[in-house]
Ligand binder design. Structure first.
Ligand code: ARG
Length: 259
């Protein structure tokens, strides 16, 4: 995780970002600390990446790489504003004992990639940020099957705004964010998925982090919390209202390190 010390909405690269709307920087930091405390309280280890001035989106640490089997596949950002973030992540992985795979194609790390260990499957999004060629690159880096899913709604520009793993085998997702063929693919692969509606998605209710039991989810997404509970999970709400102004929430702020 990367503390939002220099967080601001200085440019608009997704429909949530409004450079004229005020952001409470102190509140953003307090909300972020609360998220970190929740993880620690649930027994997870939180490692911190040093924030850098001039990189206001660095708080969205999920975008800096995608890590499976101890290998970090580096990010290569679509927008020039975020490109330098990749170097900070690369440096961290290289000096923290991870194998690092340099990317050739544009990809935004865990924003557009996720992994289901029980299936041995990587799920990957394309359409707005990550280049579909990066999906093949990831298959090559990890030696694992990659399922390509096309995103069609600009509000859900990253896979992690529209889909998230609940445990080793199952997911939750918002069908309307995907192209028809991708929806069919998701229905076939995950017949028992938790299906989110437009309100759940708009409250960033799919941008959650689950440890298989506890699901840390944006507090605004109350309906999503109910669906998660009905499905047998324990929702843990956290208010990330300030970070939503940059177009992200729980998952965007969290890079998962899979050994
Ligand atoms: N402002 C950032 C961007 O548009 C938000 C990134 C959110 N991160 C995520 N994993 N979806 O790039």
């Amino acid at each position: 995780m990367c503390r939002p010390a220099y967080y601001a909405v200085e440019y608009a690269i997704n429909p949530w970002m409004d450079t004229t709307a005020p952001v409470d920087a102190a509140l953003a930091c307090a909300q972020w600390e609360e998220l970190a405390d929740i993880y620690t309280g649930l027994g997870h280890e939180v490692l911190r990446l040093e924030p850098e001035p001039g990189l206001p989106d660095m708080v969205y640490a999920a975008n800096g790489a995608f890590v499976v089997d101890g290998i970090a596949y580096g990010a290569s950002f679509r927008h020039p504003e975020r490109r330098p973030e990749a170097d900070a992540h690369e440096k961290w992985y290289r000096t923290s004992g991870w194998a690092f795979a340099e990317p050739e194609h544009i990809n935004e790390g865990e924003g557009d990639f996720t992994y289901l260990p029980g299936r041995g499957l990587i799920l990957a999004g394309w359409g707005f940020r990550t280049d579909a060629r990066a999906h093949a690159e990831a298959a090559d880096v990890f030696g694992r099957q990659v399922v390509s899913l096309r995103l069609v709604d600009p509000r859900y520009y990253h896979l992690d705004t529209a889909l998230a793993p609940l445990d080793d085998d199952n997911i939750a997702y918002f069908p309307e964010a995907f192209a028809p063929g991708s929806r069919l693919l998701l229905e076939r692969l995950f017949p028992d998925a938790v299906i989110a509606d437009a309100e759940d998605a708009a409250g960033f209710g799919l941008n959650f982090v689950s440890d298989g039991r506890n699901v840390v989810v944006n507090a605004e997404a109350e309906g999503m919390a109910r669906k998660l509970r009905d499905a047998g999970y324990e929702p843990v709400p956290v208010d990330l209202s300030e970070l939503k102004k940059g177009g992200g929430s729980v998952k965007c702020c969290t890079a998962e390190l899979r050994r």
